[in-house]
Design a binder for this molecule. Structure first.
Ligand code: ADP
Ligand code: MG
Length: 609
Protein backbone atom coordinates (compact mmCIF):
# COMPACT_ATOMS: atom_id res chain seq x y z
CA UNK A 1 0.00 0.00 0.00
CA UNK A 2 1.35 3.38 -0.96
CA UNK A 3 0.09 6.46 0.86
CA UNK A 4 0.10 9.56 -1.32
CA UNK A 5 -0.97 13.13 -0.87
CA UNK A 6 -3.89 14.07 -3.10
CA UNK A 7 -2.96 16.43 -5.92
CA UNK A 8 -4.17 19.94 -5.06
CA UNK A 9 -6.72 20.16 -7.91
CA UNK A 10 -8.44 17.06 -6.52
CA UNK A 11 -8.38 18.50 -3.01
CA UNK A 12 -10.07 21.61 -4.42
CA UNK A 13 -12.74 19.55 -6.14
CA UNK A 14 -13.45 17.63 -2.97
CA UNK A 15 -13.77 20.89 -1.09
CA UNK A 16 -16.02 22.18 -3.86
CA UNK A 17 -18.34 19.28 -3.15
CA UNK A 18 -18.83 20.62 0.34
CA UNK A 19 -18.99 24.35 -0.35
CA UNK A 20 -20.31 24.54 -3.90
CA UNK A 21 -23.44 22.52 -4.30
CA UNK A 22 -25.39 24.67 -6.70
CA UNK A 23 -25.55 28.20 -8.12
CA UNK A 24 -27.06 29.48 -4.87
CA UNK A 25 -24.05 28.34 -2.84
CA UNK A 26 -21.68 30.03 -5.30
CA UNK A 27 -23.67 33.26 -4.96
CA UNK A 28 -23.64 32.93 -1.17
CA UNK A 29 -19.86 32.62 -0.99
CA UNK A 30 -19.25 35.45 -3.45
CA UNK A 31 -21.71 37.84 -1.81
CA UNK A 32 -20.28 37.07 1.63
CA UNK A 33 -16.85 37.94 0.28
CA UNK A 34 -18.23 41.22 -1.03
CA UNK A 35 -19.74 41.98 2.37
CA UNK A 36 -16.45 41.14 4.07
CA UNK A 37 -14.76 43.53 1.63
CA UNK A 38 -16.99 46.35 2.89
CA UNK A 39 -19.05 46.71 -0.29
CA UNK A 40 -21.97 49.22 -0.31
CA UNK A 41 -23.46 47.97 -3.56
CA UNK A 42 -23.61 44.35 -4.59
CA UNK A 43 -25.02 43.27 -7.91
CA UNK A 44 -25.70 39.66 -8.81
CA UNK A 45 -26.41 38.76 -12.42
CA UNK A 46 -27.57 35.38 -13.62
CA UNK A 47 -27.71 34.30 -17.20
CA UNK A 48 -29.41 30.98 -17.63
CA UNK A 49 -28.72 28.96 -20.73
CA UNK A 50 -30.89 25.86 -20.68
CA UNK A 51 -28.58 24.27 -23.24
CA UNK A 52 -25.58 24.39 -20.91
CA UNK A 53 -24.81 21.17 -19.08
CA UNK A 54 -25.75 22.74 -15.77
CA UNK A 55 -28.53 24.87 -17.17
CA UNK A 56 -26.40 27.82 -16.15
CA UNK A 57 -24.05 29.70 -18.34
CA UNK A 58 -23.09 32.61 -16.12
CA UNK A 59 -23.13 33.81 -12.53
CA UNK A 60 -21.61 37.21 -11.92
CA UNK A 61 -21.14 39.15 -8.70
CA UNK A 62 -19.95 42.75 -8.83
CA UNK A 63 -19.14 44.83 -5.77
CA UNK A 64 -17.64 48.18 -4.85
CA UNK A 65 -15.67 46.85 -1.91
CA UNK A 66 -12.00 47.30 -1.07
CA UNK A 67 -10.76 45.28 -4.02
CA UNK A 68 -7.50 43.34 -4.26
CA UNK A 69 -3.98 43.96 -5.53
CA UNK A 70 -2.80 41.52 -8.24
CA UNK A 71 -0.56 39.60 -5.83
CA UNK A 72 -3.47 39.12 -3.42
CA UNK A 73 -5.67 37.96 -6.25
CA UNK A 74 -3.22 35.17 -7.03
CA UNK A 75 -3.17 34.21 -3.37
CA UNK A 76 -6.94 34.36 -3.07
CA UNK A 77 -7.39 31.52 -5.54
CA UNK A 78 -5.09 29.28 -3.54
CA UNK A 79 -6.45 26.94 -0.94
CA UNK A 80 -6.56 28.09 2.67
CA UNK A 81 -5.47 31.58 1.73
CA UNK A 82 -7.52 34.10 3.63
CA UNK A 83 -7.14 37.66 4.83
CA UNK A 84 -9.69 37.17 7.57
CA UNK A 85 -8.08 35.25 10.40
CA UNK A 86 -6.06 37.63 12.46
CA UNK A 87 -5.55 35.33 15.45
CA UNK A 88 -5.88 31.67 16.37
CA UNK A 89 -9.35 32.02 17.89
CA UNK A 90 -11.90 30.25 15.72
CA UNK A 91 -14.78 31.31 17.99
CA UNK A 92 -14.19 35.04 17.79
CA UNK A 93 -14.90 35.38 14.08
CA UNK A 94 -16.90 38.33 12.86
CA UNK A 95 -16.32 38.04 9.13
CA UNK A 96 -18.26 35.62 6.94
CA UNK A 97 -15.29 33.94 5.39
CA UNK A 98 -12.24 32.55 7.16
CA UNK A 99 -11.71 29.12 5.68
CA UNK A 100 -10.10 30.48 2.55
CA UNK A 101 -11.51 27.78 0.33
CA UNK A 102 -14.45 29.27 -1.52
CA UNK A 103 -12.66 30.90 -4.44
CA UNK A 104 -10.34 27.95 -5.23
CA UNK A 105 -13.26 25.55 -4.83
CA UNK A 106 -15.49 27.46 -7.24
CA UNK A 107 -12.62 28.01 -9.67
CA UNK A 108 -11.94 24.28 -9.75
CA UNK A 109 -15.40 23.47 -11.13
CA UNK A 110 -15.96 26.32 -13.59
CA UNK A 111 -14.45 28.84 -15.92
CA UNK A 112 -13.59 31.56 -13.46
CA UNK A 113 -12.76 35.22 -14.03
CA UNK A 114 -11.57 37.30 -11.12
CA UNK A 115 -11.23 41.02 -11.78
CA UNK A 116 -10.38 43.50 -9.09
CA UNK A 117 -9.13 46.99 -8.48
CA UNK A 118 -8.15 48.41 -5.12
CA UNK A 119 -10.19 51.34 -3.97
CA UNK A 120 -8.90 54.44 -2.23
CA UNK A 121 -7.15 57.54 -3.53
CA UNK A 122 -3.40 57.57 -3.14
CA UNK A 123 -3.36 53.80 -2.96
CA UNK A 124 -0.57 52.70 -5.32
CA UNK A 125 -2.58 49.67 -6.48
CA UNK A 126 -5.77 51.61 -7.11
CA UNK A 127 -4.81 52.95 -10.52
CA UNK A 128 -5.79 50.06 -12.75
CA UNK A 129 -7.59 46.80 -12.49
CA UNK A 130 -6.27 43.30 -12.89
CA UNK A 131 -7.73 40.14 -14.33
CA UNK A 132 -7.17 36.46 -13.68
CA UNK A 133 -8.84 33.93 -15.92
CA UNK A 134 -8.92 30.29 -14.86
CA UNK A 135 -10.35 27.17 -16.41
CA UNK A 136 -10.96 24.25 -14.06
CA UNK A 137 -8.41 25.78 -11.68
CA UNK A 138 -5.68 26.45 -14.30
CA UNK A 139 -4.62 30.06 -14.85
CA UNK A 140 -5.12 31.01 -18.52
CA UNK A 141 -4.68 34.76 -18.27
CA UNK A 142 -2.99 37.00 -15.71
CA UNK A 143 -2.86 40.65 -16.76
CA UNK A 144 -4.20 44.17 -16.49
CA UNK A 145 -7.86 45.05 -17.08
CA UNK A 146 -9.65 48.37 -16.91
CA UNK A 147 -12.41 48.58 -14.35
CA UNK A 148 -13.94 50.64 -11.56
CA UNK A 149 -12.69 50.05 -8.00
CA UNK A 150 -14.09 46.88 -6.50
CA UNK A 151 -14.28 43.26 -7.51
CA UNK A 152 -16.06 41.45 -10.30
CA UNK A 153 -16.21 37.69 -10.30
CA UNK A 154 -17.67 35.79 -13.23
CA UNK A 155 -18.39 32.09 -13.01
CA UNK A 156 -19.10 30.47 -16.36
CA UNK A 157 -20.27 26.96 -17.08
CA UNK A 158 -20.50 25.82 -13.47
CA UNK A 159 -19.98 22.03 -13.22
CA UNK A 160 -19.52 21.92 -16.99
CA UNK A 161 -16.57 19.56 -16.44
CA UNK A 162 -18.14 17.75 -13.50
CA UNK A 163 -21.22 16.11 -15.02
CA UNK A 164 -21.74 14.03 -11.88
CA UNK A 165 -22.51 17.22 -9.97
CA UNK A 166 -24.40 18.92 -12.78
CA UNK A 167 -26.83 16.01 -12.65
CA UNK A 168 -28.07 17.16 -9.26
CA UNK A 169 -29.04 20.63 -10.44
CA UNK A 170 -32.71 21.44 -10.80
CA UNK A 171 -34.28 23.56 -13.52
CA UNK A 172 -32.78 26.98 -14.19
CA UNK A 173 -35.91 28.52 -12.68
CA UNK A 174 -35.63 26.51 -9.45
CA UNK A 175 -31.94 27.33 -9.12
CA UNK A 176 -32.72 31.01 -9.69
CA UNK A 177 -35.32 30.78 -6.93
CA UNK A 178 -32.71 29.36 -4.57
CA UNK A 179 -30.34 32.19 -5.50
CA UNK A 180 -33.04 34.77 -4.81
CA UNK A 181 -33.71 33.13 -1.44
CA UNK A 182 -30.10 33.33 -0.29
CA UNK A 183 -29.69 36.89 -1.58
CA UNK A 184 -32.85 37.89 0.28
CA UNK A 185 -31.47 36.40 3.49
CA UNK A 186 -28.14 38.16 3.14
CA UNK A 187 -29.85 41.43 2.23
CA UNK A 188 -32.04 41.23 5.34
CA UNK A 189 -29.00 41.08 7.57
CA UNK A 190 -27.28 44.00 5.82
CA UNK A 191 -29.69 46.90 5.52
CA UNK A 192 -26.95 49.43 4.78
CA UNK A 193 -25.88 47.63 1.64
CA UNK A 194 -27.78 47.92 -1.65
CA UNK A 195 -28.54 44.62 -3.37
CA UNK A 196 -29.65 43.95 -6.87
CA UNK A 197 -30.31 40.56 -8.41
CA UNK A 198 -31.26 40.01 -12.03
CA UNK A 199 -31.75 37.04 -14.27
CA UNK A 200 -31.26 37.50 -18.00
CA UNK A 201 -31.60 41.23 -17.42
CA UNK A 202 -34.85 40.93 -15.51
CA UNK A 203 -34.76 42.28 -11.94
CA UNK A 204 -35.63 39.71 -9.29
CA UNK A 205 -34.71 41.78 -6.26
CA UNK A 206 -33.69 45.39 -5.82
CA UNK A 207 -33.22 47.10 -2.49
CA UNK A 208 -31.50 50.42 -1.89
CA UNK A 209 -29.22 50.98 1.08
CA UNK A 210 -31.28 51.86 4.14
CA UNK A 211 -30.21 55.08 5.79
CA UNK A 212 -30.52 55.60 9.53
CA UNK A 213 -29.76 53.63 12.63
CA UNK A 214 -29.51 49.93 13.36
CA UNK A 215 -32.85 48.54 14.44
CA UNK A 216 -35.11 50.80 12.39
CA UNK A 217 -33.05 50.27 9.24
CA UNK A 218 -33.15 46.54 9.84
CA UNK A 219 -36.92 46.61 10.32
CA UNK A 220 -37.41 48.57 7.10
CA UNK A 221 -35.18 46.25 5.12
CA UNK A 222 -36.88 43.14 6.46
CA UNK A 223 -40.28 44.57 5.69
CA UNK A 224 -39.19 45.40 2.17
CA UNK A 225 -38.19 41.79 1.62
CA UNK A 226 -41.08 39.98 3.28
CA UNK A 227 -44.19 39.24 1.20
CA UNK A 228 -46.20 42.43 0.75
CA UNK A 229 -48.96 42.96 3.27
CA UNK A 230 -47.78 40.27 5.70
CA UNK A 231 -49.01 41.06 9.20
CA UNK A 232 -46.22 40.97 11.72
CA UNK A 233 -45.49 41.92 15.30
CA UNK A 234 -42.15 43.41 16.29
CA UNK A 235 -39.94 41.16 18.43
CA UNK A 236 -37.84 42.92 21.03
CA UNK A 237 -36.50 40.61 23.70
CA UNK A 238 -33.48 40.50 25.92
CA UNK A 239 -32.37 37.96 28.51
CA UNK A 240 -28.93 38.71 29.95
CA UNK A 241 -26.55 38.81 27.01
CA UNK A 242 -28.94 37.11 24.57
CA UNK A 243 -31.00 39.39 22.34
CA UNK A 244 -33.80 38.40 19.99
CA UNK A 245 -35.14 41.02 17.56
CA UNK A 246 -37.00 41.12 14.27
CA UNK A 247 -40.54 40.48 13.12
CA UNK A 248 -42.85 37.58 13.95
CA UNK A 249 -45.72 36.93 11.54
CA UNK A 250 -49.17 36.87 13.08
CA UNK A 251 -50.96 33.54 12.67
CA UNK A 252 -53.09 35.09 9.91
CA UNK A 253 -49.88 35.58 7.93
CA UNK A 254 -48.95 31.89 8.15
CA UNK A 255 -47.83 30.05 5.03
CA UNK A 256 -48.11 26.64 3.46
CA UNK A 257 -44.33 26.17 3.59
CA UNK A 258 -41.49 27.23 5.85
CA UNK A 259 -39.92 29.24 3.03
CA UNK A 260 -40.67 32.57 4.69
CA UNK A 261 -38.66 31.81 7.82
CA UNK A 262 -35.56 33.91 8.07
CA UNK A 263 -33.28 33.13 10.99
CA UNK A 264 -30.01 34.86 11.77
CA UNK A 265 -27.38 34.24 14.39
CA UNK A 266 -25.00 37.12 14.95
CA UNK A 267 -25.94 38.54 11.56
CA UNK A 268 -25.40 35.26 9.72
CA UNK A 269 -28.34 33.57 7.95
CA UNK A 270 -28.77 30.06 9.30
CA UNK A 271 -31.14 27.15 8.80
CA UNK A 272 -30.49 25.66 12.15
CA UNK A 273 -32.71 22.78 13.25
CA UNK A 274 -32.79 23.85 16.87
CA UNK A 275 -34.01 27.34 15.95
CA UNK A 276 -36.58 26.09 13.44
CA UNK A 277 -37.90 23.73 16.11
CA UNK A 278 -38.08 26.53 18.67
CA UNK A 279 -40.00 28.68 16.20
CA UNK A 280 -42.48 25.87 15.65
CA UNK A 281 -42.80 25.55 19.42
CA UNK A 282 -43.52 29.26 19.77
CA UNK A 283 -46.50 28.95 17.43
CA UNK A 284 -47.80 25.66 18.80
CA UNK A 285 -51.58 25.86 19.31
CA UNK A 286 -51.65 29.08 17.34
CA UNK A 287 -51.37 27.58 13.89
CA UNK A 288 -53.33 24.89 12.11
CA UNK A 289 -51.37 21.73 11.36
CA UNK A 290 -49.56 22.11 8.07
CA UNK A 291 -49.27 25.88 8.42
CA UNK A 292 -45.89 27.50 8.94
CA UNK A 293 -45.17 30.79 10.63
CA UNK A 294 -43.60 33.65 8.75
CA UNK A 295 -40.75 35.24 10.71
CA UNK A 296 -37.51 37.14 10.44
CA UNK A 297 -35.60 36.74 13.70
CA UNK A 298 -32.17 37.97 14.61
CA UNK A 299 -30.37 36.31 17.52
CA UNK A 300 -27.43 38.09 19.00
CA UNK A 301 -25.24 36.40 21.59
CA UNK A 302 -21.56 36.49 22.57
CA UNK A 303 -19.27 34.80 20.03
CA UNK A 304 -18.06 32.21 22.55
CA UNK A 305 -21.65 31.02 23.01
CA UNK A 306 -21.98 29.81 19.43
CA UNK A 307 -19.79 27.84 17.03
CA UNK A 308 -20.47 28.70 13.40
CA UNK A 309 -17.70 26.47 12.13
CA UNK A 310 -19.54 23.17 12.20
CA UNK A 311 -20.88 23.23 8.66
CA UNK A 312 -18.93 24.02 5.48
CA UNK A 313 -21.69 26.30 4.21
CA UNK A 314 -22.06 27.64 7.77
CA UNK A 315 -25.83 27.32 7.80
CA UNK A 316 -25.88 25.09 10.88
CA UNK A 317 -24.50 26.39 14.15
CA UNK A 318 -23.80 24.86 17.55
CA UNK A 319 -24.86 26.62 20.74
CA UNK A 320 -23.06 26.14 24.03
CA UNK A 321 -26.42 26.27 25.85
CA UNK A 322 -29.13 25.10 23.44
CA UNK A 323 -31.88 25.07 26.06
CA UNK A 324 -31.34 28.72 26.86
CA UNK A 325 -31.44 29.70 23.18
CA UNK A 326 -34.59 27.68 22.58
CA UNK A 327 -36.34 29.06 25.65
CA UNK A 328 -35.44 32.64 24.77
CA UNK A 329 -36.63 32.38 21.20
CA UNK A 330 -39.96 30.90 22.26
CA UNK A 331 -40.43 33.55 24.95
CA UNK A 332 -39.51 36.34 22.53
CA UNK A 333 -42.00 35.26 19.86
CA UNK A 334 -44.84 34.56 22.31
CA UNK A 335 -44.35 37.94 23.94
CA UNK A 336 -44.54 39.64 20.53
CA UNK A 337 -47.67 37.74 19.49
CA UNK A 338 -49.39 38.40 22.81
CA UNK A 339 -48.74 42.11 22.69
CA UNK A 340 -50.01 42.37 19.11
CA UNK A 341 -53.52 42.11 20.57
CA UNK A 342 -56.67 42.57 18.53
CA UNK A 343 -56.34 44.60 15.37
CA UNK A 344 -57.60 44.51 11.83
CA UNK A 345 -55.71 41.90 9.87
CA UNK A 346 -54.69 43.00 6.41
CA UNK A 347 -53.84 39.49 5.29
CA UNK A 348 -57.25 38.18 6.40
CA UNK A 349 -58.84 38.80 3.04
CA UNK A 350 -56.28 36.55 1.41
CA UNK A 351 -56.71 33.91 4.09
CA UNK A 352 -60.45 34.31 3.79
CA UNK A 353 -60.40 33.78 0.06
CA UNK A 354 -58.46 30.57 0.61
CA UNK A 355 -60.77 29.41 3.34
CA UNK A 356 -63.86 29.89 1.22
CA UNK A 357 -64.86 26.76 -0.55
CA UNK A 358 -66.69 26.86 -3.86
CA UNK A 359 -69.97 25.08 -4.43
CA UNK A 360 -69.73 21.45 -3.36
CA UNK A 361 -69.32 19.01 -6.21
CA UNK A 362 -72.22 16.89 -4.95
CA UNK A 363 -74.69 19.73 -5.43
CA UNK A 364 -77.23 17.73 -7.49
CA UNK A 365 -77.32 15.11 -4.73
CA UNK A 366 -78.42 17.53 -2.09
CA UNK A 367 -80.72 19.39 -4.46
CA UNK A 368 -82.85 16.29 -4.32
CA UNK A 369 -83.37 16.37 -0.57
CA UNK A 370 -84.66 19.89 -0.46
CA UNK A 371 -87.90 20.25 1.46
CA UNK A 372 -90.65 22.01 -0.43
CA UNK A 373 -91.06 25.67 0.33
CA UNK A 374 -94.36 27.42 -0.24
CA UNK A 375 -94.18 29.67 -3.25
CA UNK A 376 -90.83 28.38 -4.43
CA UNK A 377 -91.52 24.70 -5.08
CA UNK A 378 -91.34 23.71 -8.73
CA UNK A 379 -94.88 22.82 -9.69
CA UNK A 380 -95.96 21.89 -13.18
CA UNK A 381 -99.42 23.37 -12.77
CA UNK A 382 -98.33 26.93 -12.12
CA UNK A 383 -95.66 28.97 -13.90
CA UNK A 384 -93.51 28.94 -10.79
CA UNK A 385 -90.61 30.58 -12.54
CA UNK A 386 -92.60 33.78 -12.62
CA UNK A 387 -93.61 33.84 -9.03
CA UNK A 388 -90.30 34.51 -7.35
CA UNK A 389 -89.46 37.01 -10.02
CA UNK A 390 -92.62 38.91 -9.31
CA UNK A 391 -91.92 38.48 -5.65
CA UNK A 392 -88.56 40.15 -6.05
CA UNK A 393 -90.08 42.84 -8.19
CA UNK A 394 -92.56 43.67 -5.45
CA UNK A 395 -91.61 46.45 -3.10
CA UNK A 396 -89.82 45.16 -0.02
CA UNK A 397 -92.17 44.28 2.80
CA UNK A 398 -95.15 43.56 0.57
CA UNK A 399 -93.95 40.10 -0.25
CA UNK A 400 -96.70 37.50 -0.15
CA UNK A 401 -94.37 35.17 1.73
CA UNK A 402 -95.48 36.61 5.05
CA UNK A 403 -94.73 33.65 7.35
CA UNK A 404 -91.04 33.72 6.52
CA UNK A 405 -90.91 37.45 6.87
CA UNK A 406 -92.61 37.37 10.22
CA UNK A 407 -90.30 34.74 11.54
CA UNK A 408 -89.44 35.69 15.09
CA UNK A 409 -86.19 35.13 16.94
CA UNK A 410 -82.66 35.05 15.63
CA UNK A 411 -82.24 31.33 14.92
CA UNK A 412 -85.22 29.32 13.72
CA UNK A 413 -84.85 25.55 13.79
CA UNK A 414 -84.89 25.49 10.00
CA UNK A 415 -81.34 26.80 9.72
CA UNK A 416 -80.05 23.27 9.46
CA UNK A 417 -82.64 22.08 6.97
CA UNK A 418 -81.48 23.95 3.89
CA UNK A 419 -78.15 23.54 2.14
CA UNK A 420 -77.92 27.27 1.67
CA UNK A 421 -79.40 28.03 5.06
CA UNK A 422 -81.71 30.79 6.21
CA UNK A 423 -81.16 34.38 5.15
CA UNK A 424 -80.07 36.59 8.00
CA UNK A 425 -79.41 39.84 6.23
CA UNK A 426 -78.00 41.66 3.28
CA UNK A 427 -74.62 43.33 2.87
CA UNK A 428 -74.16 46.38 0.66
CA UNK A 429 -77.54 45.62 -0.97
CA UNK A 430 -75.66 43.10 -3.07
CA UNK A 431 -74.82 40.06 -0.98
CA UNK A 432 -77.09 37.82 1.01
CA UNK A 433 -75.80 36.55 4.31
CA UNK A 434 -77.27 33.17 5.25
CA UNK A 435 -76.76 30.81 8.13
CA UNK A 436 -76.80 27.02 8.06
CA UNK A 437 -76.36 24.72 11.03
CA UNK A 438 -72.57 24.85 10.73
CA UNK A 439 -71.65 27.39 8.08
CA UNK A 440 -71.91 30.93 6.88
CA UNK A 441 -73.08 31.36 3.29
CA UNK A 442 -72.62 34.47 1.20
CA UNK A 443 -74.62 34.81 -2.01
CA UNK A 444 -74.01 37.21 -4.88
CA UNK A 445 -77.68 38.06 -5.48
CA UNK A 446 -77.26 39.44 -8.98
CA UNK A 447 -75.18 36.53 -10.24
CA UNK A 448 -77.49 33.98 -8.64
CA UNK A 449 -80.69 35.46 -10.02
CA UNK A 450 -79.26 35.87 -13.47
CA UNK A 451 -78.33 32.22 -13.50
CA UNK A 452 -81.75 31.11 -12.32
CA UNK A 453 -83.47 33.07 -15.07
CA UNK A 454 -81.20 31.61 -17.71
CA UNK A 455 -81.83 28.09 -16.48
CA UNK A 456 -85.57 28.77 -16.50
CA UNK A 457 -85.42 30.01 -20.08
CA UNK A 458 -83.28 27.12 -21.18
CA UNK A 459 -85.69 24.70 -19.64
CA UNK A 460 -88.65 26.09 -21.51
CA UNK A 461 -87.55 27.70 -24.73
CA UNK A 462 -87.04 24.42 -26.55
CA UNK A 463 -90.59 23.16 -26.54
CA UNK A 464 -93.20 25.46 -25.09
CA UNK A 465 -92.95 29.21 -25.10
CA UNK A 466 -92.07 30.99 -21.89
CA UNK A 467 -95.00 32.78 -20.31
CA UNK A 468 -95.30 36.30 -21.61
CA UNK A 469 -96.53 39.22 -19.59
CA UNK A 470 -98.48 41.56 -21.85
CA UNK A 471 -97.82 45.23 -21.30
CA UNK A 472 -100.93 47.30 -20.57
CA UNK A 473 -99.68 49.92 -22.98
CA UNK A 474 -97.34 48.57 -25.65
CA UNK A 475 -94.05 50.43 -25.58
CA UNK A 476 -92.43 52.07 -28.58
CA UNK A 477 -88.65 51.74 -28.57
CA UNK A 478 -86.80 53.95 -31.03
CA UNK A 479 -83.73 52.19 -32.50
CA UNK A 480 -81.47 52.49 -35.51
CA UNK A 481 -82.56 50.73 -38.66
CA UNK A 482 -80.02 47.91 -38.51
CA UNK A 483 -81.05 47.03 -34.97
CA UNK A 484 -84.70 47.06 -35.96
CA UNK A 485 -83.97 44.74 -38.88
CA UNK A 486 -82.20 42.30 -36.60
CA UNK A 487 -84.93 42.31 -33.98
CA UNK A 488 -87.63 41.96 -36.59
CA UNK A 489 -85.89 38.97 -38.11
CA UNK A 490 -85.51 37.39 -34.67
CA UNK A 491 -89.08 38.13 -33.59
CA UNK A 492 -90.30 34.48 -33.73
CA UNK A 493 -87.32 33.35 -31.66
CA UNK A 494 -87.91 36.12 -29.12
CA UNK A 495 -91.60 35.26 -28.92
CA UNK A 496 -90.60 31.78 -27.78
CA UNK A 497 -88.86 33.40 -24.85
CA UNK A 498 -91.88 35.49 -23.98
CA UNK A 499 -90.70 38.70 -25.61
CA UNK A 500 -93.22 39.92 -28.21
CA UNK A 501 -91.89 42.60 -30.53
CA UNK A 502 -92.96 43.92 -33.92
CA UNK A 503 -91.66 46.49 -36.35
CA UNK A 504 -93.03 50.00 -35.80
CA UNK A 505 -91.98 52.07 -38.75
CA UNK A 506 -88.43 52.24 -40.08
CA UNK A 507 -86.70 53.33 -36.86
CA UNK A 508 -88.65 51.83 -33.98
CA UNK A 509 -89.89 48.60 -32.47
CA UNK A 510 -93.12 48.01 -30.59
CA UNK A 511 -92.97 45.81 -27.48
CA UNK A 512 -96.25 44.12 -26.68
CA UNK A 513 -95.19 41.65 -24.01
CA UNK A 514 -92.08 40.82 -21.93
CA UNK A 515 -91.04 37.48 -20.42
CA UNK A 516 -92.99 37.14 -17.20
CA UNK A 517 -89.85 36.05 -15.38
CA UNK A 518 -88.33 39.45 -15.82
CA UNK A 519 -90.83 41.37 -13.73
CA UNK A 520 -90.70 44.91 -15.07
CA UNK A 521 -87.55 45.23 -17.16
CA UNK A 522 -86.20 48.37 -18.79
CA UNK A 523 -87.36 47.49 -22.30
CA UNK A 524 -85.31 50.18 -24.02
CA UNK A 525 -82.07 48.83 -22.55
CA UNK A 526 -83.20 45.25 -23.12
CA UNK A 527 -83.89 45.76 -26.84
CA UNK A 528 -80.64 47.65 -27.33
CA UNK A 529 -78.61 44.85 -25.81
CA UNK A 530 -80.55 42.21 -27.70
CA UNK A 531 -79.92 43.97 -31.01
CA UNK A 532 -76.22 44.02 -30.22
CA UNK A 533 -76.25 40.38 -29.20
CA UNK A 534 -78.09 39.39 -32.39
CA UNK A 535 -75.57 41.37 -34.43
CA UNK A 536 -72.69 39.55 -32.81
CA UNK A 537 -74.20 36.18 -33.52
CA UNK A 538 -74.85 36.94 -37.18
CA UNK A 539 -74.01 34.31 -39.72
CA UNK A 540 -74.84 30.64 -39.79
CA UNK A 541 -75.28 29.59 -36.19
CA UNK A 542 -77.16 26.78 -34.59
CA UNK A 543 -80.54 27.93 -33.34
CA UNK A 544 -79.91 26.45 -29.92
CA UNK A 545 -76.69 28.34 -29.28
CA UNK A 546 -78.29 31.54 -30.58
CA UNK A 547 -81.22 30.97 -28.28
CA UNK A 548 -78.82 30.49 -25.43
CA UNK A 549 -76.97 33.74 -25.93
CA UNK A 550 -80.20 35.63 -26.44
CA UNK A 551 -81.61 34.05 -23.30
CA UNK A 552 -78.48 35.04 -21.38
CA UNK A 553 -78.89 38.62 -22.53
CA UNK A 554 -82.51 38.64 -21.44
CA UNK A 555 -81.63 36.98 -18.12
CA UNK A 556 -79.14 39.68 -17.36
CA UNK A 557 -81.91 42.26 -17.64
CA UNK A 558 -84.32 40.55 -15.35
CA UNK A 559 -81.94 39.78 -12.56
CA UNK A 560 -82.00 41.34 -9.17
CA UNK A 561 -79.21 43.76 -9.75
CA UNK A 562 -76.60 44.38 -7.14
CA UNK A 563 -77.66 47.42 -5.19
CA UNK A 564 -81.27 46.38 -4.59
CA UNK A 565 -82.49 46.01 -1.06
CA UNK A 566 -84.28 42.69 -0.54
CA UNK A 567 -86.60 41.59 2.20
CA UNK A 568 -85.77 38.43 4.15
CA UNK A 569 -88.62 36.69 2.36
CA UNK A 570 -87.19 37.65 -1.03
CA UNK A 571 -83.77 36.46 0.03
CA UNK A 572 -85.09 33.12 1.28
CA UNK A 573 -87.08 32.59 -1.90
CA UNK A 574 -83.92 33.14 -3.91
CA UNK A 575 -81.97 30.66 -1.74
CA UNK A 576 -84.66 28.00 -2.12
CA UNK A 577 -84.73 28.45 -5.89
CA UNK A 578 -80.98 28.16 -6.06
CA UNK A 579 -81.15 24.88 -4.20
CA UNK A 580 -83.69 23.59 -6.68
CA UNK A 581 -81.52 24.46 -9.69
CA UNK A 582 -78.23 22.57 -9.50
CA UNK A 583 -76.54 24.69 -12.16
CA UNK A 584 -77.07 27.85 -10.13
CA UNK A 585 -73.77 27.32 -8.28
CA UNK A 586 -72.06 29.43 -10.90
CA UNK A 587 -73.32 32.48 -12.75
CA UNK A 588 -73.64 32.78 -16.54
CA UNK A 589 -70.04 33.92 -16.67
CA UNK A 590 -68.70 30.96 -14.70
CA UNK A 591 -68.10 32.78 -11.42
CA UNK A 592 -69.42 31.32 -8.20
CA UNK A 593 -72.84 32.62 -7.16
CA UNK A 594 -72.21 31.80 -3.52
CA UNK A 595 -69.42 30.90 -1.19
CA UNK A 596 -69.59 28.88 1.93
CA UNK A 597 -67.49 29.24 5.04
CA UNK A 598 -67.77 26.13 7.19
CA UNK A 599 -67.10 25.89 10.87
CA UNK A 600 -63.61 24.54 10.19
CA UNK A 601 -62.88 27.45 7.85
CA UNK A 602 -64.09 29.91 10.46
CA UNK A 603 -61.96 28.26 13.11
CA UNK A 604 -58.94 28.45 10.83
CA UNK A 605 -59.59 32.12 10.20
CA UNK A 606 -59.50 32.80 13.89
CA UNK A 607 -56.36 30.74 14.34
CA UNK A 608 -58.14 28.07 16.35
CA UNK A 609 -56.98 25.26 14.11
P1 ADP B 1 -12.42 33.44 2.81
O1 ADP B 1 -13.58 34.31 2.47
O2 ADP B 1 -12.79 32.33 3.70
O3 ADP B 1 -11.24 34.21 3.29
P2 ADP B 1 -12.34 32.97 0.01
O4 ADP B 1 -11.78 31.89 -0.80
O5 ADP B 1 -13.80 33.21 -0.08
O6 ADP B 1 -11.93 32.71 1.50
O7 ADP B 1 -11.59 34.32 -0.34
C1 ADP B 1 -10.18 34.38 -0.22
C2 ADP B 1 -9.73 35.78 -0.02
O8 ADP B 1 -9.91 36.56 -1.19
C3 ADP B 1 -10.45 36.54 1.06
O9 ADP B 1 -9.91 36.30 2.34
C4 ADP B 1 -10.29 37.99 0.63
O10 ADP B 1 -9.08 38.52 1.10
C5 ADP B 1 -10.20 37.90 -0.87
N1 ADP B 1 -11.48 38.26 -1.52
C6 ADP B 1 -12.37 37.39 -1.99
N2 ADP B 1 -13.42 38.05 -2.54
C7 ADP B 1 -13.17 39.37 -2.41
C8 ADP B 1 -13.90 40.57 -2.76
N3 ADP B 1 -15.10 40.53 -3.36
N4 ADP B 1 -13.33 41.76 -2.48
C9 ADP B 1 -12.12 41.80 -1.87
N5 ADP B 1 -11.41 40.71 -1.49
C10 ADP B 1 -11.92 39.50 -1.76
MG1 MG C 1 -15.20 33.71 1.38
Amino acid sequence: MIIRRLPSHLVDRIAAGEVVERPASVVKELVENSLDAGARHIEIRLAGDPAAASGWSRIQVVDDGCGMAPADMRLAIERHATSKLPGEDLLAISSFGFRGEALPAIASVSRFTLESRRSGLGNPDSRGGWRLLLDAGEILFDGPAGMAPGTRITVDDLFGRVPARAKFLKSARTEAGAVADIVRRLAMAHPHVAFRLSRDGRLLLDVAAEPGEGISALARRVEALLPAGADTAPVDFRRDDLIVGGLAGLPAASRATSEQQYLFVNGRPVRDRLLVGALRGAYAERLAPGRHPLAALFLTLPGEEVDVNVHPAKTEVRFRDPARVRGSLIAAVRQALDSAGIRPVAAASAALAKAFSPAPADWPAFAQQIPPVPGAAPDAATPTVCEPALLWAAPAGRAPDAPLLAMPGPAPATAGDFPLGVARGQVANAFILAETADALVLVDQHAAHERLLLEAMRGRAGDTALPAQPLLIPEVVPLDRISCDRLEAAAPLLAGLGLEVERFGPDAMLVRAVPAVLGRPDVVALLGDLADELGEGEGPQALTSRLDSVAATIACHGSVRAGRALSLAEMNALLRQMEAVPASGTCNHGRPTFIRLGKADLERLFGRR
